[in-house]
Unconditional design. Structure first.
Length: 391
């Protein structure tokens, strides 16, 4: 096992009607003016934003609003939010939505509290030294951003999709009412489940040793999400399964499933970031399209780990070798993705990138890095091969 630090300062308020507690939670942080940040019209049509406004008003808190966040959140809206926050004297950012909204809110909170261009933080040109406090009302179970240190943003001017990670951006609280996810479309629900699985698997697969207890937590989380993803495919109004998946989303990305590991691989995420940066695909769908190709490419470097995954998570009987067992586990996972109507190739994403586009994405994935991944240190030819094998 590896040494580790586990830090999870976010207060979780989980259950029905919990969004009505927003006002008191914000007021406890001695803040006076809130930026309510949200995505599309559903947050307005459902009355959720109005309920949040009423809760803030009951505590005597002022607010301004900024909607318009889209999947793969855009830098341009973050810059707009920074200007609004500064001009209005905002001292708290409240994200109402899923991972894209929360990540966008983190960008605004960074930018409003620091001088200069916020994009510098995402390109690792400099580090933020402050961040406005952030709260969340989670409406999509997927990214786990409500408890994580990470914010992932797309610069639409150049197609780069990059992350900024600091503990300053961990939300002060996250309100999690599974009822708010009941009306999600099937595709969005499935994409969210894939993202939760991938956040766990990225940490599960690495080059070094792991802790048995962390492995057990990860394996149980993976099996639980797969079971309830299948339930929600057939019964989308199942509150119990919505609750299980929502809590799993937080646990998958708050650091718990990485304790004692080498930090995990993360190459699939980095490769997918370039895919969605160039083609604006849904993140979960991009992950499922790429994962099998990545797994086959790196299998020879950790056949023991893939065999363990196949047996403990996918229920595969041991074959004549770790490699054969691991390969069967990859195939069964891809079958599971297909059962959720998730793509397992670029073709199934209706994408046919050219060789030049594959090379461009590979080069962008390596900007500022010597390699990506830890199971195998991937260089540009490896990344191109993974993309090509997924066509």
């Amino acid at each position: 096992m590896h040494d580790f630090v586990y830090y999870t300062p976010t207060k979780i308020i989980f259950g029905k009607n919990t969004e009505q507690q927003c006002g008191g939670l914000v007021k406890a942080h001695n803040c006076r003016k809130v930026l309510i940040h949200y995505g599309g019209q559903s947050a307005l049509r459902s009355g959720l934003v109005d309920r949040i406004k009423a809760s803030l008003e009951a505590e005597g808190l002022a607010y301004v609003t900024l909607g318009g966040v889209v999947p793969n959140p855009r830098l341009s809206l973050i810059r707009q939010g920074i200007e609004l926050a500064r001009s209005e004297g905002v001292d708290f950012v409240l994200a109402v939505g899923g991972g894209s909204v929360i990540d966008s809110a983190k960008g605004i909170a960074y930018g409003a509290a620091n001088e200069g261009d916020v994009w510098d933080f995402y390109m690792a040109k400099r580090k933020p030294n402050a961040c406005l406090p952030i709260g969340c009302v989670v409406t999509i179970a997927a990214a786990g951003s409500e408890m994580s240190s990470s914010s992932v943003v797309t610069n639409e001017e150049n197609g780069f999709k990059r992350s900024c990670k600091t503990d300053m951006a961990r939300p002060a609280f996250a309100i999690m009412n599974p009822e708010l996810t009941l009306t999600l479309p099937a595709f969005q629900t499935a994409c969210g489940c894939v993202d939760i699985l991938m956040h766990t698997m990225e940490r599960y697969f690495g080059h070094g040793s792991n802790m048995d207890i962390t492995d057990s937590i990860s394996e149980g989380l993976l099996r639980t999400v797969m079971h309830h993803a299948a339930v929600l495919r057939d019964d989308p109004a199942n509150y119990g399964s919505r609750a299980e998946v929502m809590w799993a989303g937080s646990l998958s990305h708050n650091g718990l499933t990485g304790c004692g590991s080498d930090g995990g691989d993360w190459a699939t995420h980095m490769i997918e970031h370039e895919l969605s940066g160039m083609f604006d695909v849904a993140h979960g769908a991009g992950l499922s399209a790429i994962w099998g190709s990545w797994a086959r490419h790196v299998l020879p470097y950790r056949p023991d780990r893939f065999a363990l995954f196949a047996e403990r998570v996918m229920g595969v009987a041991r074959a004549e070798s770790d490699t054969a067992t691991g390969l069967r586990g990859i195939e069964v996972m891809e079958d599971f993705f297909r059962s959720l109507n998730m793509p397992t190739s670029l073709k199934e994403l209706d994408l046919a990138p050219t060789d030049a586009q594959l090379a461009e994405m590979a080069e962008k994935a390596l900007v500022g890095k010597s390699h990506i991944g830890s199971v195998k240190k991937l260089l540009s030819p490896d990344i191109v091969a993974i993309f090509a094998d997924s066509r």
